[in-house]
Every structure is written in C-alpha cells, then in structure tokens.
Design a protein around this ligand. Structure first.
Ligand code: S3P
Length: 430
C-alpha cells in the first residue's frame, strides 16, 4: 500500500468496535446460563478466530456482527487443531476456559502466534490442575509452553492466588475464566492494573467478584446472560488522535469511543505532550464511552516509564510518532513486553522509522529520539503486524514523499476499514 502526504485532516469517524470487548462477549456469552445478545461486535480476523474456535468446541452463536445471540457452549467436542490465527487474546483467554473442562483441546496459531510466549498462562493454569502436551503427546514443561500444544483440562481445578508480574490482562482474564469453574476462590494481584474489561463484564453477569486495592478475587460462579453493545476501540481511535496531533492542519472528531480509564493512558500522554483534545463523555452502563475532538497542536517531548505501560500497551509505538513532531527528547522505558507482541514492536518500529529518514535509538526495553524531525518517506515493513502497518501508514500521510507500507493487509486483524477511514479524512494527496 502506498500512502501519500496529506495537506489537511478533517472529518468525523465512528471507529470500529473494541476488539478486547468483542472477544470477551463471545467467550463470556458462551459460558452463561441463557441467551446473551451483543450488538456491534468487531468484524475482524482476530475476533473471527475466537468465534471459529468456540464454534468448533460446541459454541452456540447466531446472527451477524451487528447483532449476535450467544448461548452456552458445550465444550464437549474435542478438536485436535483449533486454529487461533494471529490472536493472542483467543489462545490465552480460551486456554483459561478449556482448562476448566475435562477434555483435551489442541490449539495452534500462525507463525507469529507460534513464536509468542505461553508460559505466562501455562504455568499458573498447570498449578491449578491443567496439563499441557506437545503435538506428539509428550507432557510439556509449562514454563516452556509454546503453540502448538494441547491442553488437558480438569473438571476439578483448584483456585489460585497469582501475582500477574507481566501486568497482562490476557493472563488475568485466563485465570479468572478458569476460576469460574474451580474449587475455591481465585485471586490475581497486579502491581499496576491492566485493562479490566473481564472484571466489568463478569460483574454485570452476576459473578462473585470483588476488588480490593490491586487484587481481584473471584469465587466460582454461574453467569447470567447479558445484553451489551460494544463501544468503539480506543486503541483504533489512537491512530487518528496521533495523526491529528502531529499534523499541522488537522481537526477531527471520533465518536462512540470506549473511555475505560484502564485503556486511555495514551490520552493523558497526548495531553501531557501538549495536544489539544476535548472529550465529551456519555453514559455507559458497563463501560464508559464518549467522543473526542482533536486539533493540531504544538508538542513537547515526553518520557514514559514502566508503570504507564499497561494502560497504553498497544499505543506505545505511537509515542515515537509524537516524538518525531515534538520539541526535545521523547523516551520510552520499561516496555519490554512490546518485543513479544504480534511482532517485536521495538525493532520493527525503529527499523521502519529509520528507513523513512527518522533518527531513533533502540534500547532493551524501549527507544528514544530527539525532535522535531521530518519524515522523508520510503518503504517500511510492518512484518505482518496490524498496528505497525497502521503506524507506518500515518507516517505516509505526515511524510514529504509518501510511504510504501509492506504487509498493509494485516490491518484486517483489528481495523478492516482503516484505509477507507484514512482516505475519508485525509485530503490533498499528491
Ligand atoms: C489484550 C491485552 C493486551 C493487548 C492485547 C489485547 C486483551 O495484551 O496488548 O492487544 O484483550 O486482554 P497483554 O495482556 O499481553 O498485555
């Protein structure tokens, strides 16, 4: 995909439905007693992976992404090759569910997902009573677990108390989902709170869940069905917030965006850097939502440290884009988790930006750069990573000569209409 420079950013966008919430609706709906109805689910490749795996396990989902009815899945269909595609949320959350059913489930993924660490869920799930096997049937050391593997669940898992050192919402969610059908309570302790969508939905569905400071505690629970409309994805909105903040002639509105405070760390960072953003919050029963108006601004460099990472984990690469247009030094520290996302996002970011003429320095757990700089243009390889493809596309819009983005079709993982939206708001392409 070639993205040309744009002289003006204008318009209003309804960003796509939230990906994390869409996965959770399908999963939690498949565990509840009765029929749930979900509106506005994200029609993307990752959420389709969750639906596909659930269906293969005896899932009960009818309708389309605009309105889907979900009833209890049986989890009695034992499938050897459940394909999670590119989706870490699918494999990690569903491993938690599968661990609690007395069956063996074989899970696999694409090349990127097969490289990603699974020990973070396999170690605590094994302590609860699940077992992991490699494709030849050999028992796996959970500390070395990677896809493909099969998980032998148990109808008698034991609750656990677990320190979520990775600060990962996927780990926390996997353990809470396993804890729904365990004996005894499950507690997850977090040094810094990760996104809390699972807890909010579980509470709405009547789970026996309590929050004490930085601990979440769940007693085994039966879930009631839920009716819920998924708000827009703040992570998807962030690409356009960053574009407008960096562009000299921009004014943009983003509507219906999820404003859950465990997700909106990047909003604080944009404001701290000097971007002008107005926020109109509307009522959201389960999840806060609202609209955001953003204009061109004069920005200062900023420093991000590890405690800020969980609330903006998917937005960290965008901090580099702000840094290119901000005055002074911008630095990200304590973001080593980026190296085990859909790609090694630190290396892919630094290589890509360098190819486009930006001077940026890589560190073990982050990067730094001095601004302001210009983006000359050229070619950047997203290495099959949807968020990197969107970031390099923004670079094209902000560049002098335009950018060829390699691997641009990966946007279908989380934001299938990304290029349509970019085209819609960006005018004056050469
Ligand atoms: C997600 C949690 C985050 C995030 C991912 C979605 C979720 O991952 O990067 O895109 O839906 O729980 P970690 O939990 O590994 O930080």
């Amino acid at each position: 995909m070639r993205v040309l420079p744009g002289s003006r950013i204008r318009g209003t966008l309804q960003v796509p439905p939230d990906k994390s919430l869409s996965h959770r609706c399908l999963i939690l709906g498949s565990l509840a007693e009765g029929k749930s109805v979900f509106w506005n689910l994200l029609p993307s490749a990752d959420v389709a992976s969750t639906r596909r795996v659930l269906k293969a396990c005896g899932g009960n989902m009818t309708g389309d992404w605009n309105r889907m009815e979900v009833s209890r899945a049986t989890f009695d269909k034992v499938e050897a090759h459940l394909d999670c595609g590119n989706s870490g949320t699918t494999v990690r959350l569903l491993s938690g569910v599968m661990a609690s059913f007395a069956n063996r489930f074989g899970l696999q993924g694409d090349a990127s997902l097969s490289r990603r660490p699974m020990a973070r869920i396999a170690v605590p799930l094994a302590k609860m009573g699940a077992r992991f096997f490699d494709p030849s049937g050999k028992l796996l050391d959970p500390a070395a677990a990677q896809l493909p593997f099969s998980i032998q669940g148990s109808g008698k898992l034991q609750g656990i108390r677990w320190h979520n050192e990775k600060r990962s919402a996927q780990v926390k969610s996997a353990l809470l989902l396993a804890g729904l059908r365990s004996e005894g309570g499950t507690t997850v302790v977090e040094p810094v709170g990760s996104r809390d969508h699972t807890e909010r939905l579980l509470q709405m569905m009547g789970a026996l869940l309590s929050l004490h400071g930085n601990e979440v505690h769940l007693e085994p629970s039966i879930l009631s069905p839920l009716e819920f409309s998924v708000p827009g994805d703040f992570s998807s909105a962030s690409f356009f917030l960053a574009l407008a903040a960096c562009h000299p002639n921009a004014s943009l509105s983003l509507e219906g965006v999820n404003l859950n405070p465990t997700r909106t760390g990047f909003l604080q960072v944009l404001r701290q850097a000097g971007a002008t953003i107005a926020c109109t919050e509307q009522n959201g029963e389960t999840e806060p939502r609202g609209s955001l108006q953003v204009h061109s601004g004069k920005m200062q460099g900023i420093c991000i440290s590890s405690d800020q990472v969980p609330s903006m984990v998917d937005e960290i690469p965008l901090v580099a884009l702000l840094g290119v247009f901000a005055q002074g030094k911008t630095e990200v520290k304590g973001a080593g988790e980026l190296r085990v996302k859909e790609s090694d996002r630190i290396t892919v970011l630094v290589q890509g930006l360098r190819n486009l003429g930006v001077e940026i320095h890589e560190t073990d757990d982050g990067f730094w750069l001095e601004g302001p700089q210009a983006i000359r243009g050229g070619t950047a390889d997203a290495c099959g990573d949807h968020r990197m493809a969107m970031l390099f596309s923004l670079c094209g819009c902000l560049s002098r000569e335009g950018v060829w983005v390699e691997g641009a079709d990966s946007v279908s993982i989380s934001y299938p209409s990304f290029f349509t939206h970019l085209e819609q708001i960006c005018s004056g392409r050469g």
